[in-house]
Write a new protein. Structure first.
Length: 249
């Protein structure tokens, strides 16, 4: 069904994709896409894409997949930013004005919750994905989260923060089990893309790609197991490696 697979993470100047053909799982190739529209138009229709961005928006409460992900990650749960409700995402002014976005969220969220500055920083990306995603596209573009991925690949144990040297090292060690020799390539691409993306963006894109590979071999799971759909018909779910099926790790 799928002829190629990709893992995608947001970065400073767009989106970074790690991709490879389905057959033989070679060393990933990397590309920067300026916009989400460019990403979906340039990627073949036969591609499976695992992407670190919310797909599907709740109207007045937190998404169940965000709640469950934060619970699984325990001490690292704060790394999963709660997805803004639809009223915030679809209000153009919210993307430019943090205080205004907080107010819109508090007024429309059933628990009067605001949004964090980290979430606000990626609000334009969330809005564009919400604008362009369809149930049909969701057959090949699935939501994941790097911290949940690494948690699963690390035997259900949270890793040190990804910005730390210890955290980077442990993540690369894990990825090396799927892509032997990936460390050299990660650092080379981080240097090449230094103006557009950081090393943790490259690492996260590789983690998303690893999840796409495991998805094809039925070694992933999702939360919640029975996801709700939003008003656009999009499933609100996160896919990640199934720890019970990862005997090699």
């Amino acid at each position: 069904m799928y002829e190629s697979i990709a893992g995608v993470d947001g970065c400073k100047d767009g989106w970074i994709a790690a991709f490879c053909p389905v057959i033989n799982k070679p060393m990933p190739e990397f590309k920067i896409y300026d916009t989400f529209r460019e990403l979906i138009e340039r990627m073949p229709d036969s591609s499976l894409i695992m992407i670190d961005i919310p797909i599907g928006l709740a109207d007045e409460d937190s998404r169940q997949c965000d709640i469950e992900a934060r619970k699984k990650l325990d001490v690292r749960g704060s790394s999963v930013f709660p997805t803004p409700i639809r009223a915030v995402v679809e209000d153009p002014r919210s993307q430019m004005d943090y205080a205004y976005a907080v107010g819109v969220s508090q007024q429309n969220h059933k628990r009067q919750k605001g949004i964090s500055k980290q979430t606000h920083a990626i609000l334009p990306k969330i809005a564009k994905v919400n604008e362009l995603m369809t149930p049909e596209l969701q057959n090949r573009i699935l939501e994941t989260h790097p911290e949940l991925i690494f948690w699963a690949l690390n035997h259900g144990e949270p890793l040190p923060p990804k910005k730390t040297e210890k955290g980077k090292k442990r993540r690369i060690e894990i990825l090396d089990k799927i892509f032997p020799g990936i460390e050299k390539e990660i650092y080379a691409k981080a240097k090449e893309f230094c103006k557009e993306a950081k090393i943790d963006d490259v690492i996260d894109a590789c983690a998303c790609l690893a999840t796409a590979i495991l998805f094809l071999t039925h070694k992933t799971t999702k939360i919640p197991t029975e996801p709700e759909t939003d008003k656009k018909g999009l499933r609100m779910e996160m896919h990640y490696p199934n720890p019970d099926k990862l005997l090699l790790f």
